[in-house]
Ligand binder design. Structure first.
Ligand code: AGP
Length: 594
């Protein structure tokens, strides 16, 4: 959801910004730009399209300080004009977030004679800065940020200053220093290789970087302490390592993601922390929230929690949770699930739950994220940096971490059992990845007018995830459905052009899903079956267009394994159809606006 970067004191600012923007491109890739301080003025280049569209123009820029941006459009279509930075008068600005009061500010600025050159909300910031400027950069920034409502991470250049300012409010900013240079960026991986040490800014802080020094203050201008620590080794992204795309590389990293998540659970004494909280609060119900893939992991955990613990457990998408009054109070365990830890809907849902008295537990892949600062307790997912916009290994890490939380709530013996089952799951994942050829299923998906993923019980969240993955990376339409629900309406869509993918890992519900499959066959539909050994009743597999048997799996850990063929099918279908699976159209990896 937009990546921003700033640097000062480097030899060649445009080269540093260009490299940083490539690292941040997962956050948005419809346009990009940079501005560099050059002989007392600001030179800006910006273009619709990916960061690489900037390469020739960026090479021409000479300067030691600059700011850069890669965009995911919210206000205004992807175009050269709407690309950041927005430059006017003495200032240039890049922005991640939404200025919610932009319309009233714009009206005021226009009435004062400002002329706007874009349709973005962000452009108001640069005009406000010019209006507030009377020769003091810090003063102009302070006056400007106090007028803004919404969420904003900003990097700002002023032609009269040699450095930049970085502002944080509800969107992330990490600052860094190294080799006499100073940096700011939306995330840590963009700073690795540039900065030797980093600091995560808090909401309401502004860093001013100039002449090798970084000063921090709050929105009232009061100075604050800034403590840097070394860049954690884990954030250094390793590149493609010979794989053609990050999606397939990251699917291959699932066994390591699960193994490292188990280690982290033990290392960070999560059993002790979770059970201590349970003892103190006496949880009477569990609420789980997340968005997209993280919601699907939450839904699987809700099924397991209710079954194992016998207390009400429900999962909801984070955006829906916030909008209504739900039964959340002091005896609620609220579990917020997010790979990035910065999805605005999820972070705000966690804040809301906390305000209502719930105990907030975060399950996240990013230890320094906004979500971790809201949570009472963090249970880490250690999947490593996930670059592909489509979540794969982080989902499996989330299911592993959530299963450990649920079993910890049941007791030490149950938690031990889950820990030992997870060891086996790692090797089963590896054989599910290497032993599955997705070609035939991908061909069937690529030629279908719609693909319906069906499952029952614990297989239903997996069906939802399989469907999301296919839509997201291949653009083939479809839906995830509880298998029992098809006959209540969606069956009307089934014909020879559609494909149904049935997920069956549970012997108890396999027969029910098999009835849905029979109904599809009877209406001329095509079927693919993904099942655990012995879960597909006789006569189902033989007639399937595509049939794959998973390694033995069942119960709450089964989604870790059963999702793998669905991820591989989505990946192969995307490649077959000539899509870029790592950067699907219209999307961004981190959605930091509500
Ligand atoms: C997954 O493939 C998607 N890109 C998306 O649904 C994602 O899971 C969702 O936006 C939540 O992100 P988070 O886990 O970082 O909060």
């Amino acid at each position: 959801m937009c990546g921003i970067i700033g640097c000062t004191g480097v030899k060649n600012a445009s080269a540093v910004l260009y490299k940083g923007l490539l690292d941040l491109e997962y956050r948005g890739y419809d346009s990009a730009g940079m501005a560099v301080l050059c002989d007392g003025g600001i030179v800006t280049v910006k273009k619709k399209g990916r960061v690489c569209a900037l390469s020739a123009a960026a090479e021409e820029l000479r300067g030691t300080s600059g700011i850069g941006h890669t965009r995911w459009a919210t206000h205004g279509i992807p175009s050269d004009e709407n690309a950041h930075p927005h430059t006017a008068g003495k200032f240039s600005v890049v922005h991640n977030g939404i200025i919610e009061n932009y319309a009233e500010l714009k009206e005021e600025l226009v009435s004062q004679g400002c002329s706007f050159s874009s349709h973005t909300d962000s452009e108001v910031v640069v005009h406000l800065l010019n209006r507030c400027y009377s020769g003091d950069f810090k003063d102009a920034v302070l006056h400007t940020v106090r007028r803004l409502r919404g969420s904003f991470a900003l990097c700002i250049l002023c032609a009269d200053s040699d450095g930049f300012a970085a502002v944080k409010y509800r969107n992330p900013i990490i600052v860094g220093k190294g080799g006499g240079a100073l940096f700011a960026a939306s995330d840590m991986p963009a700073l690795s290789g540039l900065a030797e040490s980093v600091a995560v800014l808090k909401d309401g802080q502004i860093a001013f970087a100039s002449h090798g020094e970084m000063d921090l203050c709050d929105f009232s201008g009061e100075a604050q302490a800034l403590t840097f620590s070394p860049v954690p080794a884990a954030v250094r992204a390793a590149g493609l390592c010979g794989f053609p795309h990050y999606m397939i590389k990251e699917i291959n990293e699932i066994p390591a993601a699960v193994k490292n998540t188990v280690h982290a659970f033990l290392e960070e004494r999560c059993f002790e922390r979770v059970t201590r909280a349970a003892k103190k609060r006496g949880f009477g119900n569990i609420f789980l929230c997340g968005c997209g893939t993280a919601y699907h992991a939450a839904l699987a955990a809700a099924y397991s929690a209710e079954e194992l613990l016998g207390i009400p457990a429900r999962a909801e998408t984070a955006g829906e949770f916030r909008g209504r009054k739900s039964a959340v109070g002091r005896s609620t365990l609220f579990v917020a699930v997010s790979q990035s830890g910065e999805t605005a809907d999820t972070v705000e849902a966690a804040r809301t739950a906390k305000q209502r008295g719930a105990y907030v537990l975060a399950v996240t892949n990013v230890p320094y994220s906004a979500l971790t600062s809201v949570a009472d307790c963090v249970v880490p997912v250690r999947a490593g940096t996930e670059v592909c916009v489509a979540a794969t290994k982080s989902y499996c890490g989330q299911v592993a971490a959530l299963s450990l939380v649920v079993s910890a709530l049941k007791g030490r013996a149950e938690c031990r059992r889950t820990l030992s089952e997870l060891q086996e799951v790692c090797s089963k994942c590896a054989s599910a990845i290497s032993g599955f050829s997705a070609e035939a299923a991908a061909r069937a998906c690529a030629s279908s007018s719609g693909v319906y993923f069906i499952g029952r019980g614990i297989d239903y969240p997996v069906a939802l995830e399989g469907s999301l993955k296919l839509k997201e990376v291949s653009y083939v339409p479809g839906e995830g459905y509880p298998s029992g629900e098809l006959k209540h309406g969606t069956l009307a869509l089934i014909d020879g052009g559609t494909l149904a993918v049935a997920v069956m890992t549970d012997i108890r519900s396999g027969e029910k899903t098999a009835s849905a499959v029979e109904q599809i066959y009877s209406r001329g539909g095509r079927v693919a079956v993904i099942c655990s050994p012995g879960c597909a009743p006789r006569g189902i597999a033989e007639r399937a267009e595509f049939y794959a048997e998973l390694p033995e799996c069942g119960g709450m850990l089964s989604p870790i394994i059963s999702v793998i063929p669905l991820q591989l099918i989505a990946y192969r279908t995307a490649v077959m159809l000539g899509r870029d699976p790592d950067k699907p159209r219209n999307l961004a990896k981190s959605v930091t606006v509500e």
